[in-house]
Design a binder for this molecule. Structure first.
Ligand code: AMP
Length: 209
């Protein structure tokens, strides 16, 4: 009888203790400084936008920045246009400093989501020169097979979505960006996510990382 009373007391005390939160993630937004990588059509733009809204800090896609610069006819846009239209990477120096400047803006102080940067080991090294408390915390890779890339891109209308250009962008991803993953793998901060299926399903996998 006494032991039942004792157990009752223990459970009352336990119930009154603050509950432990779920097993730890760095914070609610997955990580504060996050790089999303994946081939063209992997959905990184869509998911980066959603992560940024929830709230993970500004979403910084250099591809959008370059397309906007091209539409505005700025110096950067003119210099980058030929590379973007051909599915080639623009030279590192055209994107790297612009991205780094954006990362030091006040609204990026608490975190950011990079989508499509770094795409070369040179860009990754330059990003790696940031102090540790401002550098990359997590690299999330969306993996999708080439057939899925082509199916998804067939539904979009961007000037660099022509099939020959998409093929070139996939080749460039393999040649220049897979070594970036190897670089971050060595640092142990890469998580791979299956990017096939509906956007909602993929997003669930991302936030479960
Ligand atoms: P995205 O919208 O990320 O698919 O990028 C579209 C195009 O912008 C790419 O095919 C490249 O021409 C250019 N681009 C985007 N990000 C980078 C980067 N980090 N380095 C070099 N070129 C880039």
């Amino acid at each position: 009888m006494r032991s039942i009373k004792y157990l009752g007391m223990v459970s009352t005390i336990l119930a009154s203790l603050p509950r432990r939160s779920k097993p730890s993630r760095p914070d609610k937004s997955l990580a504060r400084r996050l790089v999303l990588l994946g081939p063209p059509g992997s959905g990184k733009g869509t998911h980066a936008e959603r992560l940024a809204a929830e709230p993970g800090g500004p979403h910084l896609p250099p591809g959008d920045m370059l397309r906007r610069a091209g539409a505005a006819g700025s110096e950067l846009g003119r210099r980058a246009a030929g590379f973007v239209a051909a599915g080639e990477l623009v030279p590192d120096e055209l994107v790297t400093e612009a991205v780094l400047a954006r990362l030091s803006a006040p609204d990026a102080a608490d975190g950011w989501i990079l989508d499509g940067f770094p795409r070369t080991v040179g860009q990754a090294r330059r990003l790696g020169e940031l102090p540790e408390d401002r550098g990359v915390e997590l690299v999330l890779v969306l993996e999708v097979p080439d057939e899925t890339v082509f199916e998804r891109i067939a539904g979009r209308r961007r000037e660099d979505d022509d099939p020959a250009v998409v093929r070139r962008r996939i080749d460039v991803y393999r040649k220049d960006t897979l070594p970036v993953l190897a670089h971050y793998d060595r640092l142990g901060i890469v998580r791979r996510v299956d990017g096939t299926g509906a956007p909602g399903e993929v997003y669930e996998r991302i936030v479960a990382v």
